[in-house]
Every structure is written in C-alpha cells, then in structure tokens.
Design a protein around this ligand. Structure first.
Ligand code: GTP
Ligand code: MG
Length: 297
C-alpha cells in the first residue's frame, strides 16, 4: 500500500484548508475568507484503494508579532519535518509571488515539492501562465501546477502526482479514519468558525475557545466551552445585546456539530475577559498552542 505524510503549506488565506477538505470531500478544517484561520496543524486522512495519504493542513506562514502567531508558524514549520512530500499553495490572486519564493527557500525542502498556483479561477489565463512559468524557472526540481481548490480544478493531478512519489509503507491510520483530531477539538473549531463568521475585524483573532467539559453518552454530546477575549469590550461584543450574539454562535455551532457527528449536541457557551492571552506562554500552552515563546521560525 502506498502511504505517506504530505504537508500542505503556504501563506495565510492561500486556500490550504479548502484544498485538504476538497481532497477528502469532507470538512476536517475550518475555512474562512479571513487570514490566520487555521491555528493548529490538522491531519486529514485520504483513504483510497491501495493508498493512504495523510495530509497535514498547517497554519499559514507569515512574520508573527504575538506569541500566538509564533506558535502557529512554529507548528507549521514543525509539520514539514519528516514528511514524504510538501504541497505549497500560492494564492494566484494575491500578487505575493516574491514573498512565496522567499518562504519556499526558507523551508529548505528535501522531499518532493508540489507548487500549486491556487485560485486560478480568479485570474486570467495569461496571468496564471506567467505565475506557472515563474515558479517553474525558480524551482526547477518542483512540480508546478495550476489549481482551484474551490472548484476542484487540479485536484486529481495533485493526487496522482503524490501517488507517483509516495512509496509502499505501513498504513498509519485505520481505513475509516478522517482526522487525528478528536470531537472536543472539532467542537472548539466549530465555535471558532462561527466567531469568524459573525464577528468583525480583529475580534475572532483575539479570542480563544477552550472546551472545559466534554461528555458523550448514548449519542448525546454535552459540551461546555469558554470564549476568552483579549479585551474587556470584546466580551460584550461576543455576548451581544441580551445575549443574542452568543446564542446565535452557540446555536450555529451546535447545528454544525450535529450534522458532522449525527449526534444530539448540547453546547453551553460563555465569554470571559483574559487580558493579553495571545502573548502569555502559560495561557497559550494551556489552550493547546504550544511553543508560544519559541522563535519566529
Ligand atoms: N476563488 C477561490 N477562492 C478560494 C480558493 N481556494 C480557497 N479559496 C477561498 O480563500 C479563502 C481562504 O481559504 P482557506 O482554505 O481558509 O485558506 P487557508 O490557506 O487555510 O488560510 P489560513 O488557515 O488562514 O492560513 C476562503 O474564503 C476560501 O473559500 C480557490 O481556488 N478559488
Ligand atoms: Mg487554514
């Protein structure tokens, strides 16, 4: 059986999580139009006849300011170590080619590298062609291909390309496994998804969601979670007038989880103020974002 680990990397908002979900035809990772949506490295497991590819969806690579950003970038770079191949996604619509080239150089890739120019549905054919030629010339050893993760264009090509470079090996996960993350993690992400959906600007980026209690009994999930806000004023925004916003967030997240798990879900959500949590290594560790005090690399 052909098996292997493949890191999906790129700048924030390039479409990495969209690609992993599309390859699996399932949602393992939340997607939003905002940059820095993914905070943890999340495995998405593709099981096909004679093949198991473990994709690692990573947080976007950028120059971080706070300890949270450093932890995200650290997590992404750590995920690239020891993988069998890397898929590097370029946002073709973002005019970021120079920055992407610098990031790819900095990765020091030793395994097969696939550079996918994503979001080609948003650019003209000559623009796409120019980007493909640019990356082919700059990285002659890489496989460079066009892609639109949103419309499924180029997915088969990348899957076939990976199939050709992966070797026979042990099956790492059971054939019905979809992700390495448990239901409590997915509950946290479902709440973060709704925060990103309903709240403006920097509020969701300055919130952490922590699952305090998680019980599963007879097809019924009971989840208690807290949204920690970096600023006092954000607690009021998350809660909303008469609790309307937090009710909306909690109800949408609950529906999402019920559809995902086919179980009845009770979700109790509260919001609290926690000053400067994004730059507090102890809090980051407690919230599951390790290495917050590490280097920016
Ligand atoms: N038009 C178009 N939009 C896309 C494509 N791929 C992704 N997107 C959109 O780009 C936005 C970002 O997608 P994500 O998958 O969350 O990007 P990401 O790289 O995981 O972002 P981070 O987790 O923040 O690093 C979303 O609004 C997606 O719908 C594509 O091929 N075409
Ligand atoms: Mg993502």
């Amino acid at each position: 059986m052909k098996t292997g680990f493949v890191a999906v990397m790129g700048r924030p908002n390039a479409g990495k999580s969209t690609l992993v979900n599309a390859l699996l035809s399932k949602t393992v990772s939340i997607v939003s139009p905002r940059a820095q949506t993914t905070r943890d490295s999340i495995m998405g497991i593709l099981n096909e006849k004679g093949m198991q590819i473990v994709f690692i969806d990573t947080p976007g690579l950028f120059v971080p300011k706070e300890a949270l950003g450093k932890a995200m970038v650290h997590s992404a770079r750590e995920s690239a170590k020891g993988v069998d191949a890397i898929v590097y996604l370029i946002d073709g619509s973002a005019a970021s080619a120079e920055e992407d080239e610098g990031i790819i150089d900095s990765l020091g890739v030793l395994c097969p590298l696939f550079i996918c120019v994503n979001k080609i549905d948003l650019i003209t054919a000559p623009e796409g062609e120019a980007l493909l030629e640019r990356f082919k010339a700059r990285f002659p050893k890489a496989v460079v291909m066009p892609m639109s993760a949103l419309t499924n264009f180029g997915l088969k090509e990348v899957k076939d390309g990976l199939g050709a470079v992966l070797k026979d090996g042990p099956q790492y996960f059971p054939s019905d496994a979809l992700t390495d993350k448990d239901k409590a993690f997915q509950a946290k992400e479902a709440v973060r998804f709704e925060l990103l959906r309903f709240l403006d600007e920097e509020v969701p980026h300055q919130c952490a969601v922590v699952v305090n209690d998680f019980k599963e009994k007879n097809g019924h999930l009971k989840i208690e979670a807290t949204v920690f806000c970096e600023k006092k004023s954000q607690v009021g925004i998350v809660v909303g007038k008469g609790g309307a916003m937090i009710k909306k967030i909690s109800m949408s997240a609950r529906h999402r989880l019920e559809a995902q798990f086919h179980e009845h879900v009770t979700l109790l959500l509260e919001a609290r103020f926690l000053e400067g949590w994004r730059d507090n290594p102890d809090k980051l560790a407690q919230f599951g974002y390790g290495n917050g005090d590490g280097d920016a690399d």
